[in-house]
Design a protein around this ligand. Structure first.
Ligand code: FAD
Ligand code: SF4
Ligand code: SF4
Ligand code: SF4
Length: 400
């Protein structure tokens, strides 16, 4: 059996592949599997013996599309908001808007598609039919999620006439729309603000790092609000029931992820940042909102909610019962929200870091990657040095 990554000689698709999995769902002979590349990103692999050369995979590939999208639009409505349901607010990363939208669709007899952990290392799309099944979908899993089979499954539900809510990264929402080829009145889509997905090597190494103690890591909650939304912590849960909380600047996973050095290559050229965005609704964190509303319950999480279509506007109208929802100027969002507009530069040391991750312990790669801080045009200082700690203390003291 011969299996090779899809090669395309008319366009740089491998460089731009988002790992959306659309080609696998389109393939009529199931010749395409989505697997991890050596660098830790989802890529299609084709079984040549099963391929009948129909061309569907390349014709529809979202990375090969000629984009004619306008780059300067604005959302139709921008709101800040948070859920009135304190349990879902606590379990969600931001203001719990996804949970509120999902419950609304479930109440109408519809179903919800989103991302849940499959095991400690892998996240994948699943369908929720009720509020119990919705719980694993809440909260951000900062990994690249597997989509295989999901676009077909969404289509089946739509064709049966049920209301469907689909939530994912903008490239996944775009892949779904491409798969469907026509508009469905019963489809509602949410895209999350997304600055990129990190290599899977990171979570593999993190797993090793966390498992050095007496018990095995069984769950990671990347956005625990135990100490508040703004100073969110990573919560690790172990098989023996023990839990530990880690500030993001001390947690090696979040430090590496937020350094933006080992994201998927396509994320540095993301085609889905501009308006109109892919989802009827876009959800993100409303960082910086306390500057305008110091009396809001900021510590529980505030979402930025963008309506991008008439459907999005009507969803927002319906949400006003279960949410605290306030219109906000778009300009309040932008200064603190790079994920909406900014293209990240491909880091020069990206492949080197990925190689290091394959070969050494995460602690070592972190020291190399994240511990050196520029303090002048020609000077770098290491975070582990005592002088750096003194300088930070001095800065804090001067601020007071
Ligand atoms: C990889 C990634 C990068 C992000 N980057 C930013 C950013 O730069 N700025 C920002 O403001 N917000 C970012 N977010 C979004 C943010 O973390 C919240 O998910 C969003 O604000 C929705 O919050 P919520 O409280 O409404 O719902 P939550 O319950 O927190 O969100 C759950 C929803 O997120 C989806 N989801 C979770 N993990 C994944 C995943 N791996 N892939 C696809 N969908 C997933 C689920 O399907 C579900 O619909 C990012 C999320 C992810 C997954
Ligand atoms: S050309 Fe057709 S059969 Fe071959 S892998 Fe692509 S979609 Fe599948
Ligand atoms: S359809 Fe998606 S997964 Fe397949 S090659 Fe194109 S971008 Fe990659
Ligand atoms: S940054 Fe763009 S390409 Fe990368 S996962 Fe997010 S939406 Fe997809």
């Amino acid at each position: 059996m011969s299996e090779t990554p899809i090669k395309c000689n008319v366009s740089p698709a491998p460089e731009l592949c988002t790992g959306c999995g659309l080609c696998a769902d389109l393939c009529p002979t199931q010749a395409i599997k989505i697997t991890w590349s050596n660098e830790g990103f989802l890529i299609p692999t084709i079984n040549r013996e099963q391929c009948i050369n129909c061309g569907k995979c390349l014709n529809k590939c979202i990375a090969l599309e000629q984009t004619t999208k306008k780059q300067d639009g604005k959302p139709m409505r921008v709101c800040a908001g948070w859920s009135k349901d304190s349990d879902s607010l606590k379990a969600s990363s931001s203001g719990g808007i996804f949970a509120a939208l999902a419950k609304m669709i479930l109440k109408q007899g519809g179903c919800v598609f989103g991302v849940a952990w499959k095991d400690t290392l892998n996240a994948h799309f699943i369908k929720a039919e009720n509020e119990q099944e919705l719980l694993p979908l809440l909260g951000s899993k900062y990994v690249q999620a597997h989509t295989q089979g999901i676009y077909k499954s969404v289509k089946r539900e739509l064709e049966s006439g049920r209301a469907v809510l689909f939530s994912g990264t903008p490239c996944q929402v775009h892949a779904l729309r491409t798969f469907l080829t026509k508009e469905y009145a019963n489809l509602f889509t949410v895209d999350i603000v997304c600055h990129g997905v990190p290599s899977h090597l990171l979570i593999e190494k993190y797993y090793e790092y966390c498992n050095k103690g007496e018990s095995t890591l069984v769950n990671i909650h990347f956005r625990s609000k135990t100490r508040g939304w703004q100073s969110f912590h990573v919560q690790r849960t172990y098989e023996n029931g023990k839990k530990s909380l880690h500030p993001i600047y001390e947690d090696p996973y979040m430090r590496m992820f937020l350094s933006d050095r080992i994201l998927n290559k396509s994320c540095y050229k993301c085609q889905y940042l501009s308006h109109p965005r892919e989802g009827d609704i876009t959800l993100g964190d409303f960082w910086g909102v306390e500057k305008y509303h110091s009396d809001w319950p900021i510590e529980n999480g505030i979402s930025a909610i963008l309506a991008n279509s008439p459907k999005g506007i009507s969803l927002l109208d319906m949400l006003s019962m279960s949410m605290n929802l306030y219109d906000e100027p778009y300009e309040h969002l932008i200064p603190h929200q790079g994920g909406f507009q900014r293209h990240l530069e491909l880091p020069k040391d990206r492949s080197n870091i990925l190689k290091r991750l394959q070969q050494e312990a995460l602690e070592k790669t972190i020291v190399y990657t994240c511990d050196w801080v520029k303090i002048g045009p020609f000077m770098k200082i290491n975070r582990q040095w005592r002088i750096y700690k003194w300088l930070r203390q001095l800065k804090r003291w001067l601020k007071k």
